[in-house]
Design a protein around this ligand. Sequence first.
Ligand code: NAD
Ligand code: IPM
Ligand code: MN
Length: 358
Amino acid sequence: MAERSRSAKRIAIIPGDGIGKEVIPEAVKVLKAAAAAGGRELALTEFDWGADRYLRDGTTLPADAPEMFRRDFDAILLGALGDPRVPGNQHGSDILIGLRFKLDLYVNARPCELFDRRLTPLKDRTEKDINFIVFRENTEGLYSGVGGFFKKGTADEIATQEDINTRKGVERIIRYAFEFARGRGLKRVCMSDKSNALAFGHDLWQRVFTEVRREYTEIESSHMYIDNLLMQMMRDPSQFQVIVTCNLFGDIASDLGAGLIGGLGLAPSGNIHPGEVSLFEPVHGSAPDIAGKNIANPMGAVLAAGMMCAYLGWTAEAQNIEKAVRAAIREGKTTADIGGPLGTRQVGDWLANRVASS
Ligand code: NAD
Ligand code: IPM
Ligand code: MN
């Protein structure tokens, strides 16, 4: 283990599509600067998976990719996948959901921390009011791909999409949320489901939550139905510290969370299997509406690289990156989505310089 931590970190870089190809080079720039400042070594390998490659030769996620990542890499940094030329997002599902499932990255950690009160659309809210993390179950639920068509394309068509909830899957994400809270000295965990309507799968969430919470008596645990949770997140986000929920609800809640802190341009995430190769990415997608214009905010991708450093044990580098982002916001060195005058590359340059000189 000691040997491993001394050696270079082997990072797979998947820029993907649209603004992924613009924000990831900036995140890599900042990551390299942080590594250099800390005297750390990086071994980066880029993969050209995305819509262009898929349309050219049909490649999505090669069959041996999960094994390769487990064997040869410490972490993966991904931009986004999605392209209007691929309406069903086949390549995106194969690559992104494929990696989440095949690497068993069961924790999708999506922090929502307000870095500057000027960035929230909520009236009279300040930094102390918005600082929570959404733990999204990331390996099952409605994303399992179980279902199908019957009589497709006819007037009698039937389409099913099964919501898969396993005892193991539900328990490990709920337990992770409580362990995270305990480890950080946080006081509140809120589990959100729709057990009032989804009588089987979410009944399981209820029962597991009731059982697991008993082991964490120092933590105030609560439950909210997802519809109420989203309303409460907006009405009074200060009541939340840790939110844990299923795959689809976590997807939705984390976009709302991003909206509370200044938008998707700022939100990072980690797809994690503790102790194993894990994948870090901004929460946003490929944003075809702004792609290719050098206006996308690279900070979500940069902060995702920071989360990756923290995961790899590069604590000082992670802090260096986050401090640089906070400074850029404070000094207005940002893209237009959060009010600044700079382009994607200029923000990346500024952050890399800041990180290098700290
Ligand atoms: P999106 O996140 O790409 O964009 C939503 C809105 O936020 C757009 O108005 C966009 O311009 C803005 N936005 C997003 N990121 C931004 C940034 N960094 N800076 C400034 N503005 C930003 O979501 P969408 O439009 O629903 O999806 C577009 C494509 O991306 C679709 O193909 C979708 O499937 C895919 N997608 C991929 C991922 C992923 O790979 N992780 C995540 C979400 C969506
Ligand atoms: C996300 C995205 C993906 C998801 C899509 C692109 C499949 O929205 O990472 O939040 O729904 O998980
Ligand atoms: Mn999403």
